[in-house]
Design a binder for this molecule. Structure first.
Ligand SMILES: [Fe+2]
Ligand SMILES: [Fe+2]
Length: 166
């Protein structure tokens, strides 16, 4: 039997893949259509929304009634910030002039701010929360999460718990 990746490993790989799509957009010069140019960013935002969904709905409820309650509150606040940053980026991308200065530079700066927030968030989530995925979630919840990771999608209209700023 080949060795199965841990849930912590799988979610950490998702963090890196999401960063990479945003970094690719930041580094690219706008060639071709906005759709082509922005595709890596759009793909990362879709992946990040799904990632936030699975953490908030499939992971945190399993772990939040113990010593992780406070760290999970911090994670939820930061997910809310990301959610609002993504909504603002969607608006920027919908602007017909987004591939021209100064709007392109503004979109890139917004992406850099999101990369900083992600680095700060993931830098806490990976060492503090993720070791508990494989250690403390019950078997059924782990199996459900693995199934979702394989082919699950964010339900239409779902919003993270703190999508609206307090
Ligand atoms: Fe998170
Ligand atoms: Fe995460």
């Amino acid at each position: 039997m080949s060795e199965q990746a841990t849930l912590a490993e799988i979610l950490t790989v998702e963090h890196r893949a999401i960063d990479e799509g945003i970094e690719k957009f930041v580094a690219a010069s706008p060639a071709g259509s906005v759709q082509e140019w922005a595709a890596p960013l759009v793909g990362s935002m879709e992946a990040l929304r799904r990632h936030i969904y699975l953490e908030e709905e499939l992971v945190f409820p399993q772990l939040r009634n113990g010593p992780l309650m406070m760290p999970i509150m911090v994670m939820l606040n930061e997910h809310g910030q990301m959610w609002r940053q993504m909504a603002a980026l969607d608006e920027r991308l919908a602007d017909a002039d987004v591939d021209q200065e100064p709007k392109r530079g503004e979109a890139v700066a917004a992406c850099q701010a999101m990369l900083e927030l992600l680095a700060d968030h993931n830098g806490k989530e990976e060492p503090i929360i993720y070791p508990h995925l494989d250690a403390d979630m019950d078997d059924d919840s782990q199996a459900f999460l693995r199934d979702f990771l394989a082919d699950g999608t964010t339900p239409d209209g779902w919003e993270c718990e703190r999508a609206v700023a307090a």
